[in-house]
Design a protein around this ligand. Structure first.
Ligand code: ADP
Ligand code: ADP
Ligand code: SF4
Ligand code: SF4
Length: 577
C-alpha cells in the first residue's frame, strides 16, 4: 500500500518552481500522478497513479512530500485520514473498564487523534473522504470487535466523557478567580481550597495543571482522558496525581497520554505504543503490560510486530562524583537571600567544568533565585559569590515571540558559540523548523527551540528550567544527550531543573537538592553524586525506586511493599545498577 502525504504547511508553490511536478517521471510520460487540481494552489498526488519512485520527495526544496510503502494488510485497519494526502491513523487503543490504558509514542504520531476519536470528538472516516459516514456504517465496519460495542455507546451518548486537554497554559486566559472557574465547570474543586481566591492568570503552571486534572476527575463520566497530566508538576505532585487517577480507575475507564515514563509506569496497567512516521502515518500496536511496553519502547524494537522504530535508549551506571581531575567552574560559601515572605539558605558547594547538575525540588523553593545570585543578577543578603559567571537561562514558561525560527537564530548569531549548528541545532532537528513562524509551533516544538536557543548561547552556566515539558520521551533523551555533549565539549556546566526522573537519570552527573517549605523557606544542598542526592531527596518524600532487570530503568516501588521497606531500612532510596 502506498501512502503519499503532502505537508500543506510546508508546501509553498509560490516560492518553488513546482519541482515535484516537473520532475515526476509519470507526469513526463503523460500520466497525472501529481498535479494541481482546480480550485487548489497546492499539488495533489494520486496514490493509484504514483509509482513511488520518490523523486518528488527529493526535489521539493521545502521537504513537503513523504511517500511510504506500507504492508498491504494495514489497509483494512485505516481508522482516520486527514484529507487526500493527509496523515493516516491505523488501529486504535482499546479502553478497558477498571484499567488505566497508557498511550506512548513520539509527537505527531497520532496520540491526540486517537484520544479525540475515542472520546467522540472526532468521527473517524475510515479513509472514506468523499462523504461523511453515519455512525451505523462505522460500527458495522467494526462488527465482531470490541470497538463496535464501544462506539455504539459513544454514538448514542451512553458513555459520558471527561477530557483533560494537553495545554493547561491556556487556562490562564480565563478572566476570574479559581473559584469562578471551578463554579463554571460545575465541580467542587477538592484540594484547591488554598488557591480558590486567586486569579486564574496569577496561579503557577503546576497549579493550572492541578486545577485541570481536578476538574476532569470530578466530572461525572464513564471514561476519562488525561493528555499529559504531569507537565509543570513536581515529582511529589506527579506521584500524588498518578495515585488519584489510579484510584478513580478502579470503577471507570481511563486513558492517559504521558511522556514521563517513571510516572506512566506507575500510573498505567496496559500500554499501547504508537509507531510510524511523524506527520505521515501512525500505527497503534496491541496492548502490552506496562512493564513490557515501556521496555519495548526504550528498546526501539517491537518484537511481536517485527518493527524497528527508533534508537535504543539505555540507562547507565553513575560513578561516584569524582571531580578531582576536573577544573572548578564556580564555588560558593554559605549564602542567604531574604525577601519579605521568603528566605533561601544555600550551603557551600562547587560546580565543575563539564558537569550537568540536576536540580531537584518543588516549585517556589528558591531554585531560580539561587541561579540569579550565581549570575550576579541578584545580590545575596549574606555571603558572596567571588567569581561572577555568565548564565544562559531557559525559563519554565516560554512564550512564542514574533517572527520565524530562522529569524530568531539569525538575529542572535553573534551571541552563539561556534558549536551551535553541529552540536545543538542539527541533533535537535531545529533545521526542519526554520521556516515556521514561532507562533505556529506546537508546545513540544517551541520547547525544543527554547532549549536549543539557550544552549547555543555563549555562557559559563546554562540553567534550564523544566526542559522536558511537552517533549515526547524520545526527544527528552535527545535533549539530554545534547546538554551533556555541549557541557563536555565546551567545558561549561549546566543546572537542569527537572521533575522527570528518567530525564534526571540520563542527563545529570550530580544533583543539587532544594528542600523546605515552598513560598516560605528553601534550603539548598549539594551538588552531590547522583546517588547521594537522590537518597537525600527521596528520603524526604518517602519514595523508593528499584531498577528494572532488563532495561535498567528506575521503577517506583509500591509504598509498603517488601522492596520499599527493605530499601528504606538500608537507606537505598534510589537503587543503582
Ligand atoms: P500527537 O498527539 O501524537 O502529537 P496528533 O494526533 O496531534 O499527534 O497529530 C498527528 C498528525 O496528524 C500531525 O502530525 C498532523 O500532521 C496531522 N493532523 C492533526 N490534526 C490535523 C487536522 N485537523 N488536519 C490535518 N492534519 C492534522
Ligand atoms: P523556584 O525557582 O524554585 O520555583 P523562585 O526562586 O522563583 O523558586 O522563588 C522562590 C520564592 O521567592 C517564591 O515564593 C517567590 O514568590 C519568591 N520571590 C522570588 N522573587 C521575589 C522578589 N523579587 N521579591 C519577593 N519575593 C520573591
Ligand atoms: Fe513546491 Fe514542494 Fe509544494 Fe511541490 S510540494 S509545489 S515542490 S513546495
Ligand atoms: Fe511522481 Fe515519483 Fe513523486 Fe510518485 S513518487 S508523484 S511517481 S515523482
Amino acid at each position: 500500500m502506498r501512502v503519499a502525504v503532502i505537508d500543506r504547511d510546508r508546501c509553498q508553490p509560490k516560492k518553488c518552481s513546482l519541482e515535484c511536478i516537473k520532475y515526476c517521471p509519470r507526469v513526463r510520460g503523460g500520466v497525472k500522478a501529481i498535479e494541481i487540481l482546480e480550485g487548489d494552489e497546492k499539488p495533489t498526488i494520486s496514490e493509484e497513479l504514483c509509482v513511488g519512485c520518490g523523486i518528488c520527495v527529493h526535489k521539493c526544496p521545502f521537504h513537503a512530500i513523504h511517500i511510504e510503502n506500507l504492508a498491504e494488510e494495514l489497509k483494512e485497519d485505516l481508522v482516520h485520514q486527514y484529507g487526500v494526502n493527509g496523515f493516516r491513523l491505523f488501529r486504535l487503543p482499546l479502553p478497558r473498564a477498571g484499567k488505566v490504558v497508557g498511550i506512548l509514542g513520539e509527537n505527531g504520531i497520532g496520540k491526540t487523534t486517537s484520544l479525540q476519536i475515542l472520546s467522540g470528538k472526532l468521527k473517524p472516516n475510515m479513509g472514506i473522504l468523499d462523504r461523511e459516514l453515519e455512525w451505523d456504517e462505522i460500527i458495522e465496519m467494526w462488527r465482531g470487535t470490541e470497538y463496535a460495542e464501544f462506539f455504539s455507546k459513544i454514538a448514542d451518548g451512553r458513555l459520558k466523557v471527561s477530557y483533560k486537554p494537553q495545554y493547561v497554559d491556556k487556562l490562564s486566559l480565563y478572566r476570574g478567580t479559581v473559584a469562578d472557574f471551578i463554579d463554571e465547570m460545575g465541580v467542587e474543586g477538592k484540594g484547591l481550597e488554598d488557591i480558590m481566591d486567586r486569579q486564574m492568570n496569577a496561579v503557577s503552571g503546576g497549579e493550572l495543571q492541578n486545577i485541570a486534572i481536578t476538574v476532569a476527575m470530578e466530572r461525572d463520566a464513564d471514561i476519562y482522558f488525561f493528555d499529559e497530566p504531569s507537565s509543570y508538576l513536581d515529582i511529589k505532585n506527579r506521584l500524588e496525581m498518578a495515585k488519584r487517577i489510579r484510584e478513580m480507575a478502579s470503577e471507570k475507564m481511563v486513558v492517559v497520554v504521558e511522556h514521563d515514563l517513571a510516572i506512566l509506569d506507575f500510573l498505567a496497567d496496559v500500554i499501547h505504543i504508537l509507531y510510524g512516521k511523524k506527520g505521515v502515518y501512525g500505527v497503534v500496536a496491541g496492548a502490552k503490560s506496562v512493564r513490557h511496553g515501556i521496555n519495548l519502547y526504550l528498546s526501539g524494537y517491537l518484537k511481536e510486530e517485527n518493527v524497528r522504530f527508533g534508537e535504543e535508549i539505555k540507562f547507565e551506571k553513575h560513578p561516584p562524583r569524582e571531580m578531582e581531575d576536573r577544573e572548578e567552574l564556580i564555588s560558593f560559601g554559605r549564602i542567604t537571600k531574604k525577601y519579605d515572605d521568603f528566605e533561601l539558605e544555600v550551603n557551600p558547594g562547587s560546580i565543575y567544568r563539564g558537569e550537568v547538575v540536576g536540580v531537584l525540588g518543588p516549585n517556589g523553593i528558591g531554585k531560580t533565585t539561587f541561579v540569579k545570585i550565581l549570575a550576579g543578577i541578584l545580590e545575596p543578603t549574606e555571603g558572596e559569590i567571588e567569581k561572577k559567571v555568565k548564565v544562559s537561562y531557559k525559563p519554565q514558561y516560554i512564550k512564542a515571540g514574533e517572527g520565524s525560527v530562522r529569524y530568531l537564530f539569525d538575529s542572535n548569531r553573534e551571541k552563539f558559540h561556534s558549536l551551535y549548528k553541529n552540536e545543538v541545532l542539527h541533533p535537535l532537528g531545529i533545521n526542519e523548523l526554520m521556516d515556521k513562524e514561532m507562533k505556529d509551533l506546537s508546545g513540544g516544538e517551541l520547547q525544543t527551540v527554547a532549549v536549543a536557543f539557550s544552549l547555543s548561547m555563549e555562557a559559563d552556566i546554562y540553567l534550564l528550567d523544566e526542559p522536558s515539558a511537552y517533549l515526547d520521551a524520545k526527544q527528552r533523551m535527545r535533549v539530554a544527550k545534547v546538554i551533556k555533549r555541549i557541557m563536555e565539549k565546551e567545558a561549561k556546566a549546566a543546572l537542569v531543573v527537572e521533575h522527570d526522573v528518567y530525564f534526571i537519570d540520563m542527563v545529570s552527573q550530580s544533583l543539587m537538592v532544594f528542600s523546605g517549605e515552598p513560598g516560605r523557606k528553601g534550603v539548598a544542598n549539594g551538588p552531590f553524586s547522583l546517588r547521594d542526592g537522590m537518597n537525600l531527596f527521596l528520603r524526604e518524600i518517602g519514595i523508593t525506586f528499584r531498577r528494572d532487570e532488563e532495561s535498567k530503568r528506575p521503577r517506583v516501588n509500591k509504598i509498603g511493599s517488601t522492596l520499599d521497606r527493605q530499601q528504606k531500612s538500608i537507606g537505598e532510596y534510589y537503587y543503582e545498577i
